[in-house]
Design a protein around this ligand. Structure first.
Ligand SMILES: CC(C)(COP(=O)(O)OP(=O)(O)OC[C@H]1O[C@@H](n2cnc3c(N)ncnc32)[C@H](O)[C@@H]1OP(=O)(O)O)[C@@H](O)C(=O)NCCC(=O)NCCS
Length: 330
């Protein structure tokens, strides 16, 4: 048996597409390759591929992301599309793929790779040098009676009326390269120490150009001024409105949450929820907007062997749903 793990070449695009189709059944692999691997404004994906005796066995990728670190822009990568075909699993191949990626990241100028991986990928990532630097938690808020066991029509409507915020900013659809997103990002960036650059270029690519078109994006407007930007996805057969991503100008985080809750309350959704770094979410006092902390999963970071340790500081990170390689959560 001979494992071969190395950077994929242009001529292996078809092999990567084959693996993507197995990894995400029903996906349009060509559109995914074009969007995520080739047209990302931060740079083309770096992909490593594994074979055993020449047979295609698995892959993993780094998707370049521009990160804002203590006021400066730096290049990093979101880790994603890690996949080993079932018959090759549990023999160390996942770990070898992550190892190969880590060994080459410095050559590509990538300061860190980060993400909140699925359970199966945790140990292989740790074998490849990733460290658990914190947790990503989900915060949820009920919107109507049915969300708290009062599903009968009169109670449901009554509770919805009580829970619905009043006199809040409103949501306007975002356009491509929306200047209002740059305005919001410029102000939001002063409030975070480490996180993806969420400017109009990024939001346009990450949400408006995403092939699934399942995550519409909005600018949150108050008295004619943009105070936030977000992307939303309806999940669980319409029961949940997920705030995929959110940023707000200083002091407006809760007003933006209330605007989204108000927007969601006009739909059939029973809950609205959002994922954030657990420490960050607690510091934002999510309970003030009616959100309760629920489940969580580990957040992992890998840096080159002599890399910048600020990437390993859980207190620095702002993480939300834009930090994901999926353009459709359901
Ligand atoms: C994740 C994946 C790439 C790992 O590939 P692999 O070659 O099996 O990984 P390794 O052999 O290096 O590591 C195997 C370890 O992963 C963990 N693991 C594997 N399957 C697991 C499972 N079902 N549940 C929990 N942990 C699991 C175990 O710790 C295992 O070690 P063990 O065999 O000693 O118990 C592969 O399982 C896969 O493609 N899964 C489906 C897609 C996926 O989940 N991708 C990750 C998205 S973030």
């Amino acid at each position: 048996m001979a494992f071969e793990v190395r950077a994929a070449t242009e001529s292996e695009r078809g092999d990567v597409a084959t693996l993507i189709r197995e990894m995400i059944p029903g996906v349009n692999a060509d559109l995914r390759l074009e969007w995520l691997y080739e047209k990302n404004p931060a740079g083309r994906a770096l992909t490593w591929i594994a074979r055993e005796n020449g047979e295609l066995a698995g892959c993993t990728s780094y998707f370049p992301f521009r990160l804002y670190l203590d006021g400066d822009e730096t290049l990093a990568a979101l880790g994603g599309d890690g996949y080993v075909r079932p018959k090759f699993r549990r023999r160390g191949l996942g770990g070898l793929l992550h190892d190969a990626a880590r060994n080459e990241m410095a050559d590509h100028g990538i300061g860190c790779m980060y993400g909140a991986p699925g359970a199966m990928n945790l140990t292989p990532l740790k074998h490849g040098g990733s460290r658990e630097v914190g947790h990503v938690a989900r915060w949820a808020r009920p919107l109507r009676g049915a969300a708290i066991g009062l599903g009968m029509a009169p109670f449901d409507r009554l509770v919805r009326g009580i829970l619905r915020p009043r006199f809040v900013p409103h949501l306007e659809p975002m356009s491509r390269n929306d200047a209002r997103v740059d305005e919001v990002w410029e102000q939001f960036s002063t409030t975070i120490r480490l996180g993806a650059v969420r400017d109009a270029t990024f939001y346009t690519w990450r949400f408006l150009e995403a092939p699934a078109h399942k995550e519409p994006s909005y600018v949150i407007v108050e008295r004619g001024h943009a105070i936030g930007a977000c992307s939303l996805e309806v999940m669980h057969g319409g029961d949940t409105m997920r705030i995929v991503d959110l940023m707000a100008v200083p002091g407006a985080w809760h007003r933006c949450l209330s605007a989204i809750v108000r927007h969601a309350a006009e739909t059939d959704a029973k809950h609205v929820d959002i994922k954030l770094m657990a420490l960050d979410g607690r510091q934002r006092h999510m309970w003030r907007a009616g959100f309760v902390e629920r489940d969580s999963k580990p957040f992992l970071v890998v840096i080159p062997k002599t890399g910048d340790r600020r990437f390993l500081d859980p207190m620095r990170w702002f993480y939300c749903g834009a930090d994901s390689d999926l353009d459709e959560l359901e």
